[in-house]
Design a protein around this ligand. Structure first.
Ligand code: MN
Ligand code: MN
Length: 466
C-alpha cells in the first residue's frame, strides 16, 4: 500500500466490508450512542469513565499496575503500566470531556411577563441561533453551605419536563432578519423558561410580611419555582451561587441515515475520542509502554483553569508515579521520550459549504481518523506542528495494521482555525499530533459522525497505545 506511486485514501466502509466487521462497527456504535446519551457534562463523563475503570480493575493507588486519579470530579487520568520502564517514555492519549453548552448564571432566576426564567451564559464556541426553540435538559451540581452535593439531571427521562428558549416568531422577525448573524442573537436574550404556574405559589413565601405582599405577587411564579427546588432538592436561591448548572439538548443520540451509517448526538466533540480512547485503553492488559489517558475539562474555553490541560495535574500525577515506581528516573526524560495523540475531532468537508475547505486537504466522513499535522490560524499562529518523523511513524503504524486514516486541515488558509490540547503537551518536548474522527455540525446540539470512522478511530487508538 505504501509503495503505490499515487495515494488513494481508503474508505472505511470498503475496508471493513465483511459481515463480522460490519457487526463490530454497529455493536461499537450502539455502546457509543448509549454513552453519549448518558454523559452530557464533564462531571457525568468523568464519573462514567471512573466507574468503567474500576470495573476493569483500576485503582487509585499509584502502586497499582492500573491506576486512575480524578481531579475535582472534572478531569481524570488513567495509567496502565507497561513492560518497559517509565524512563523509556509513555504512550499518552489526551481528549477532552467538556462541550459547548449554556451555563446558568450564578444569579439566574427572575420573573417577567408571568413567566419564570433563568439567565444563561454560554460556554465555548457555540452558534447561538442553534439553541432556540428546542428542548433542553438541565444538568449539573449544586453544593449547599453544608457541603452537600445535589446532582440535577432534569429532562432526560420521558416523564421529565424539559426547558426552552423560545425563538422569535417570523411575523415579528423582520428587524432581526436584517442583522448580521453575529449580532442577531444576543447572549443576554438567551433566557430559558422554567415556569408559568401562579397557583403553585398560593402559599409562597409564608415568611413574607404584608408590606412585601406586592413583591410577593409580582414574583409569585419565580417563588413557585423556588418552592419546587426546595421541595424536591432542598435547595434555596442562595445555593445557586455555588452551582454548576448546564443546559444541554434533551434528546438522546441516535443513528442517522436510511442506512444507519452515521451517529447524531450532542457532545461528540470530544466524547467520541473519550469513548474510543477509553475502550482502547481497557482492551490492552499488558502493554509494552506505559499507557496514559488524559481526559481533560475546559478545552472549549482555551484549556484554562485547574481541571484543564494547562494545569499541572498531568505533570504532578506523573511525578508521583515516578517517585513511587522509578525514583531514579527524571521526569523531563520520561516526558521527552513520550509519544502522544491529541485525540480530538476534526471538522469534516461540509457538503453545503465545500467552498470553505481546500478539497485536497480536507477530511471526509467515512475515511477514518484524521491526522491534523498543525492547527492554529493565519500562518499557523498558535499551532502545534507535529514533526515529519512522527507523522511517518504513525503512517507506518496504521498502514501495517490496515487501519484507514486521512490527513487534513480544518479549512482553507485564512478561513478560520482552531486549537486543541496538543500544544499543552508539546511543551514537554514530546511528539504529539491531533487525531480523531471527522464531525459535521461541530459544536452544534446534534453533531454528526460516521460509525465506520468511530470504529476505525478506536482501532487506531489501540494500535497507538499497544
Ligand atoms: Mn474538541
Ligand atoms: Mn470543540
Amino acid at each position: 500500500m505504501s509503495h503505490t506511486l499515487k495515494h488513494t485514501p481508503a474508505n472505511c466502509w470498503q475496508v471493513y466490508s465483511s459481515q463480522e466487521q460490519r457487526k463490530a462497527i454497529s455493536d461499537f456504535a450502539v455502546r457509543y450512542i448509549d454513552f453519549i446519551t448518558q454523559c452530557k457534562t464533564e462531571r457525568e463523563t468523568v464519573r462514567w469513565i471512573r466507574d468503567r475503570a474500576r470495573e476493569a480493575g483500576f485503582s487509585d493507588d499509584p502502586q497499582s499496575p492500573a491506576f486512575y486519579r480524578v481531579l475535582k470530579d472534572k478531569s481524570i487520568i488513567l495509567v496502565r503500566r507497561g513492560r518497559r520502564p517509565l524512563k523509556e517514555g509513555l504512550r499518552v492519549l489526551g481528549a477532552h470531556v467538556d462541550t459547548p453548552r449554556l451555563d446558568l448564571k450564578q444569579n439566574p432566576l427572575y420573573e417577567t411577563c408571568d413567566l419564570a426564567l433563568a439567565k444563561t451564559h454560554y460556554y465555548g464556541g457555540l452558534r447561538k441561533h442553534q439553541w432556540f426553540s428546542r428542548s433542553l435538559a438541565l444538568h449539573g451540581v449544586v453544593v449547599t453551605q453544608d457541603g452537600d452535593k445535589v446532582n440535577l439531571r432534569i429532562g432526560e427521562e420521558a416523564e421529565d419536563p424539559v426547558f426552552l428558549i423560545p425563538d422569535l416568531l417570523p411575523h415579528l422577525a423582520s428587524q432581526q432578519n436584517e442583522k448580521k448573524l453575529s449580532e442577531a442573537f444576543e447572549g443576554e436574550k438567551m433566557n430559558v423558561i422554567l415556569g408559568n404556574d401562579k397557583a403553585e405559589t398560593s402559599s409562597a413565601g409564608g415568611e413574607i410580611g404584608e408590606e412585601a405582599s406586592e413583591e410577593a405577587e409580582r414574583e409569585s411564579i419565580k417563588k413557585g419555582v423556588l418552592q419546587l427546588l426546595y421541595a424536591r432538592y432542598g435547595l434555596t436561591e442562595e445555593d445557586l451561587f455555588s452551582a454548576e448548572l448546564q443546559l444541554t439538548p434533551a434528546d438522546p443520540a441516535r443513528s442517522v441515515g436510511l442506512d444507519q451509517s452515521l451517529v447524531g448526538g450532542f457532545g461528540q466533540d470530544d466524547r467520541v475520542c473519550v469513548f474510543c480512547g477509553l475502550q482502547a485503553l481497557l482492551q490492552e492488559s499488558d502493554p509494552e509502554y506505559t499507557q496514559m489517558a488524559l481526559f481533560w475539562d475546559k478545552e472549549e474555553i482555551g484549556s484554562e483553569g485547574a481541571t484543564s490541560a494547562r494545569s499541572m495535574f498531568f505533570e504532578y500525577t506523573l511525578q508521583e508515579l515516578l517517585e513511587t515506581l522509578e525514583p531514579g528516573s527524571r521526569l523531563s526524560r520520561v516526558l521527552a521520550n513520550s509519544r502522544a495523540l491529541s485525540a480530538d475531532v476534526h471538522g469534516g468537508l461540509d457538503p453545503d459549504h465545500q467552498d470553505l475547505h481546500d478539497p485536497m486537504n480536507s477530511s471526509k466522513l467515512g475515511y477514518g481518523p484524521v491526522f491534523c499535522k498543525f492547527t492554529g490560524h493565519r500562518g499557523k499562529l498558535g499551532a502545534n506542528d507535529a514533526t515529519a518523523e512522527y507523522v511517518a511513524w504513525l503512517r507506518s503504524l496504521l498502514n501495517s495494521k490496515g487501519i484507514p486514516w486521512q490527513m487534513a486541515e480544518i479549512g482553507k488558509v485564512d478561513a478560520g482555525g482552531g486549537g486543541t490540547v496538543a500544544k499543552h503537551l508539546a511543551v514537554y518536548g514530546m511528539d504529539i499530533i491531533d487525531c480523531g474522527p471527522s464531525v459535521l455540525g461541530m459544536h452544534s446540539p446534534f453533531e454528526l459522525t460516521s460509525k465506520a470512522d468511530i470504529y476505525a478511530t478506536y482501532q487506531a487508538f489501540r494500535a497507538f497505545l499497544e
